[in-house]
Ligand binder design. Structure first.
Ligand code: SF4
Length: 620
């Protein structure tokens, strides 16, 4: 598709394409193809440049993208037709659709069927889970079959039955049409339990297309792989907004041996160095043997994984040493109170600590700040807006996004529990000209009935601070760093609003700074000061010109700890939070001495000798 976007270099067009495939451009990105799906689609055809501008006011380069979208819509028929040209030799054509892909998938299906009525056209993927698969089949007569559930094994059975002319109308996961036009649906395919039995992926077609379309000249080959399905956190504490894993939340994982041999086979065949893991969450076992293998192998691999953010320094070190240098840590917020609303099982201060450790180890973190949760406390956003300037040396979020209410999430399956009444998102009006009951069976994204489209005013200060953070952040120049100077510690601060300043830590302030590498409660800090107070005081160095001295003994600290901690917090050298969550966190990080009740503190500076980010991920 990038070839069909007009204007700019390949990289610029690629960036536009990446933006277009994202949620902020929904429904326009699907709507491009809607004209190819229906004979007439009154509402969908009504978008104008002005309406697009209004809907996407938060997006950068809105004007150029809107114009590009309108042009793409006028070219959609030709785009689809070019793709259909390549399918003449195939009798069965399967199309996969996930998240924002229904309209292009349906446009392709319709075009195939109208050119070759005898070809069998099938639709699968996450957009067919639950009742969606059957509802799509009912509404779109050019689909012969849709599939519901994990079809890895069941699909092969289905194909064998078709090939032998055997009936398929009781087969698991299959929705289809009988010769007389009536529809049938088998029970959904069950989740795959033995992941090791899945085939090794074949990327031949993908790699050829990647080369033929000119992508290989511009960025690295990234292959998608899978080591597990489901979510070990969600199977016990389903995050309220999470609609992944329709019927397969329980965690299933490939064995280390199998997964390692799969990687070796794939990277040797395609000479790939970047592997994008589709897992919802990195299996905890993989911090052991798998990391040891990746560290020792001479394959020079780089991995992307989604992970849980409340991990300790040792885990982050292991990630980096294994080449897991791009992650989606599911941060979502820096407020424990808001994280608790989403049952995320992590605190705000743990998220801040992760970002600092990720920066130290050169790990790219992709995350969003989610807002608009039912029953959220607006004052938390004002408090967060005040905290953000302290964090601007760390990687900023990609966006601040309104929470969505997804099918299969607790919000959707049990809305009364959250005081919600949901209806399909307004976006679908522009994609499906059907009764609302029908749209509700196809939709994946919902919204509270009666909600307005105006953004909440109380979010404005946070949005502004996040915008400044994104603008001031530099990937390769950290603005709050520390280093040793003999026995003392120097902190260099050039963050907007704080620097430029140099702080020299002396006496117990050094021990305290190092102790706050991970979050600690006041009780834990006082215990530490008590253990340290008998140590002989370190010799003091003379103050250099322009330096701010931070110097106090353990005795001084024990007399008035609040004064010293407040002072460090005020100049943004530590992040402080009062945890309010009684929700369990990951067993690997639960440490009563460090996360007990009361205020908690963690140091913010990053070592000046930190690792740089892996550039191969940055151009993708
Ligand atoms: S949001 Fe992530 S951690 Fe939470 S249930 Fe979903 S996959 Fe699991």
């Amino acid at each position: 598709m990038v070839q069909h976007l007009s204007g700019g270099s390949f990289e610029e067009r690629m960036q536009t394409l990446m933006r277009l495939t994202g949620k902020p451009w929904f429904p326009f990105n699907e709507w491009i193809f809607a004209g190819q799906v229906y004979d007439s689609e009154p509402k969908a055809a009504s978008f104008t440049l002005q309406q697009m501008r209004r809907q996407t006011r938060m997006q950068p380069k809105v004007e150029a993208i809107c114009t590009g979208l309108l042009r793409l819509r006028s070219q959609a028929g030709e785009l689809v037709s070019t793709m259909v040209d390549q399918l003449a030799d195939f009798e069965l054509i399967g199309i996969s659709s996930t998240f924002l892909q229904n309209m292009p998938a349906l446009a392709l299906a319709r075009s195939i069927k109208s050119r070759w009525p005898d070809k069998i056209v099938m639709l699968g993927g996450a957009n067919c889970d639950g009742e969606m698969g059957r509802a799509l089949l009912e509404q779109f007569p050019f689909l012969d079959y849709t599939f519901t559930g994990e079809m890895d094994v069941a699909f092969a059975d289905f194909i064998e039955h078709l090939a032998c002319n055997e009936p398929v109308d009781n087969m698991v996961g299959v929705n289809g049409r009988r010769a007389n036009g009536s529809l049938f649906s088998g029970p959904p395919a069950l989740p795959i339990e033995v992941m090791d039995e899945l085939p090794i992926p074949d990327f031949d077609d993908y790699v050829h297309t990647w080369e033929d379309t000119g992508h290989s000249a511009h960025h690295k080959l990234v292959l998608t792989m899978e080591s597990s399905r489901g979510c070990w956190w969600g199977q016990h504490h389903h995050c309220t907004f999470c609609g992944l894993n329709a019927n397969g939340m329980h965690h299933r994982c490939k064995s280390n041996d199998r997964f390692i041999s799969e990687i070796e086979a794939v990277v040797r065949k395609y000479d790939a160095k970047y592997l994008y893991l589709t897992d919802n969450i990195l299996p905890m076992d993989f911090y052991g043997e798998f990391v040891d293998w990746a560290r020792a192998s001479n394959l020079e691999l780089n991995f992307f994984y989604e992970i849980k953010s409340n991990v300790k320094r040792t885990h982050v070190e292991r990630l980096a040493s294994a080449g897991i240098n791009s992650v989606q840590p599911g941060i979502e917020s820096f407020s424990t109170k808001i994280l608790r609303l989403m049952r995320k099982g992590v605190t705000g201060i743990q998220n801040v600590t992760f970002l600092r450790l990720a920066r130290e180890h050169g790990i790219l973190a992709s995350y969003n700040i989610l807002v608009g949760f039912p029953n959220e406390d607006a004052s938390e956003y004002a408090r967060l807006a005040n905290e953000i300037p302290k964090l601007t040396h760390l990687q900023p979020p990609m966006a601040m996004a309104e929470i969505e209410f997804h099918r299969f999430s607790p919000y959707h399956s049990n809305p009364e529990q959250f005081g919600l009444r949901l209806k399909p998102s307004w976006h679908y009006e522009h994609l499906y000209p059907f009764e609302k009951e029908t749209v509700a069976r196809i939709a994946y994204v919902f919204e509270p009935d009666g909600c307005g489209s105006e953004p909440r005013r109380y979010l404005k200060p946070l949005a502004e601070q996040l915008r400044r953070w994104a603008n001031s952040f530099r990937l390769n120049s950290c603005t709050l760093t520390w280093k040793r100077d003999g026995q003392e510690i120097l902190v260099m601060d050039t963050r907007p609003g704080f620097g430029p300043k140099t702080y020299r830590f002396q006496q117990f302030a050094i021990d305290l700074f190092l102790f706050l590498d991970e979050p600690h409660s006041v009780r834990s800090i006082l215990n530490f000061a008590n253990r340290t107070k008998e140590a002989p005081p370190a010799t003091r160095k003379l103050q250099e010109k322009g330096e701010v001295i931070i110097s106090f003994s353990a005795w001084d600290f024990l007399e008035d700890h609040r004064r010293f901690l407040d002072a460090l917090e005020q100049v943004g050298l530590v992040f402080a939070e009062r945890p309010e969550s009684s929700q369990p966190t990951l067993p690997i990080v639960t440490d009563e001495s460090s996360t007990g009740g009361g205020m908690q503190y963690v140091a913010l500076p990053v070592p000046s000798e930190h690792r740089l980010f892996e550039p191969g991920w940055l151009v993708v």
